[in-house]
Design a protein around this ligand. Structure first.
Ligand code: PLP
Length: 401
C-alpha cells in the first residue's frame, strides 16, 4: 500500500492549478471556457532572449552549471539589482519558487514560525509546511490596503519567529508597499534580531507607482535580508524556470547545499537567456508595463459597473482582487446556493464558462482573483461573462437564509 510521508500530509494541488486544470478539461470536452485564473503573461518571451538561448545551444553551453548559478548570470543579477549587490551573494535557482523552497528547507526546524501577511500566494504556506515550519498568517484586509502594519508585525513576533515574508507587488492583490511603509516595518524588525526578512519582489518591474525594494530602505538589515526575484513575470519567461535570491553569504551557502541535493544548477540554456533578458534592451519593459496598466484600467472600469463587486485599484503585478461579498447569499437560476467565494467560482465555471480563483485560496474569503495577463478580447469577454452571471443571481428568500 502506498504510504505518503508525514511531511506531505495535507499537501495537495494548489487551488489555482486545480481550477486551471478543471477549465482545461471542460474545454477539451467542447465547452466554451475562458480562464482568467493563471499568473502567466500572454505576451511572448522577447526575441533577443530566445536568440541568446539558441546561441547557447549551438555554442555547446549545454552542460552542468555551478550549483549556485553561472558567473555571467550572477554578475548580471547583481549589476541590475537596483541596490549595491555582490555576485558572490547571488544564488540562481529553477524559478523563484525554488529560491523560496531553498530558504525554508535551509533554515526552518520543526515548529519555526514564518509571519505571512495574508492574503498571499498560496504556495508560501505549503512550501514552509513541507520544510517543517508554521505559517503565522496575519490578516491584512482591504481596509489596510492588503498590507501588514508595523503594529501587526510587532504583535505577531514570538521567540519562534524565524522569518517575515513580504511580497510587493503582491500576488493576489497587486498591493505595493511604499518606501515609508517598508521603513516602518524595518524599524520594528531592528528590535527583533532573530527575525530574518524574505522579500519576494518578482513583480517589481510591473509597478504602476514607484517601486521600492526592502533592501534599499534597510541596508543595515542586509545581513538578515534576502531579496527574491526572477525573470518569469516581467520578461514572460515562466517556462524557462529562472529565479534568484540575493542575500547574506551564510544563507546563500546553506541554500546552495540544499539545491545541490535536489536539482543542482539551473538549466544552462535558460541561464544564458536570462543574462540577455537582464542586460539586453529593456525598452520592451516600458511597453509591457503600459499594456498591463491599460488592461488593469479597462478591467477596473468593467468591474465597477457590476453591482455586488467592489474592486480597489492595485498598484502593481497583473491581478485585481475584488470583494465579491455583495454577490453571496444569493441563488442561481438553477437553484444553486451561492454562499461563499468557492461556491461563486464553481458556479461561474459551470454556468458562465469563466475560471477565476476564490480569495479563500489566498487566505481571504469573500474575494476573487482575476488575472489580467490576458488579451484585451479575453478580458472584455471575461468581464461580460461575470456581469451576466452576477445579474442572474437573486437574493435568497428569507426562509432559505
Ligand atoms: N512569487 C510569487 C509572488 C508568485 O506569484 C510566483 C508565481 O506565480 C512566484 C514567486 C514563482 O515564480 P517562478 O515562476 O519564477 O517560480
Amino acid at each position: 500500500m502506498f504510504r505518503p510521508s508525514a511531511r506531505t500530509n495535507g499537501l495537495a494541488l494548489s487551488q489555482i492549478v486545480r481550477i486551471s486544470e478543471a477549465a482545461a478539461r471542460m474545454r477539451l470536452e467542447g465547452h466554451d471556457v475562458l480562464a482568467l485564473s493563471t499568473g502567466e503573461p500572454d505576451l511572448p518571451t522577447p526575441d533577443p532572449v530566445c536568440a541568446a538561448a539558441t546561441r547557447a545551444m549551438t555554442e555547446g553551453r549545454t552542460r552542468y552549471t555551478p550549483t549556485v548559478g553561472t558567473p555571467d548570470l550572477r554578475r548580471a543579477i547583481a549589476a541590475t539589482a537596483g541596490f549595491p549587490a555582490e555576485p558572490a551573494k547571488v544564488i540562481v535557482s529553477t524559478g523563484a519558487k525554488q529560491v523560496l523552497a531553498n530558504i525554508f528547507l535551509a533554515t526552518l526546524d520543526e515548529g519555526c514560525e514564518v509571519i505571512l501577511p495574508t492574503p498571499c500566494w498560496s504556495s508560501y504556506t505549503d512550501m514552509m509546511a513541507l520544510a517543517g515550519g508554521r505559517a503565522v498568517e496575519v490578516c491584512c484586509g482591504p481596509q489596510q490596503g492588503f498590507k501588514i502594519t508595523p503594529a501587526q508585525l510587532d504583535a505577531a513576533i514570538t521567540p519562534r519567529t524565524r522569518w517575515v515574508l513580504l511580497n510587493s507587488p503582491s500576488n493576489p492583490t497587486g498591493a505595493l508597499y511604499g518606501a515609508d511603509e517598508l521603513a516602518a516595518l524595518a524599524e520594528v524588525l531592528r528590535h527583533h534580531p532573530q527575525v530574518w526578512i524574505a522579500s519576494d519582489e518578482i513583480y517589481a518591474q510591473l509597478s504602476y507607482v514607484p517601486f521600492t525594494s526592502f533592501r534599499t530602505v534597510a541596508p543595515d538589515l542586509a545581513d538578515r535580508t534576502i531579496i527574491v526575484s526572477g525573470v518569469s513575470k516581467a520578461y514572460s519567461m515562466t517556462g524557462w524556470r529562472i529565479g534568484w535570491g540575493i542575500g547574506p553569504l551564510p544563507l546563500i551557502d546553506a541554500m546552495v547545499a540544499v539545491q545541490g541535493q535536489v536539482t543542482s544548477g539551473a538549466c544552462s540554456i535558460a541561464q544564458a537567456a536570462a543574462v540577455e533578458a537582464l542586460v539586453g534592451d529593456q525598452t520592451h519593459l516600458t511597453q509591457r508595463l503600459a499594456i498591463f496598466r491599460d488592461r488593469r484600467d479597462r478591467v477596473l472600469a468593467a468591474l465597477a459597473a457590476i453591482p455586488g463587486i467592489d474592486c480597489p485599484a492595485p498598484d502593481g503585478a497583473f491581478y485585481v482582487f475584488p470583494d465579491c461579498r455583495g454577490l453571496l447569499g444569493r441563488s442561481a437560476p438553477d437553484g444553486t446556493r451561492i454562499d461563499t467565494d468557492n461556491d461563486l467560482c464553481d458556479w461561474l465555471l459551470v454556468s458562465a464558462g469563466l475560471a477565476l480563483v476564490p480569495g479563500s485560496a489566498f487566505g481571504l474569503p469573500g474575494h476573487l482573483r482575476l488575472s489580467y495577463a490576458y488579451s484585451d478580447a479575453d478580458l472584455a469577454d471575461g468581464c461580460a461573462r461575470l456581469a451576466r452571471a452576477a445579474a442572474a443571481l437573486t437574493p435568497l428568500p428569507h426562509s432559505a437564509l
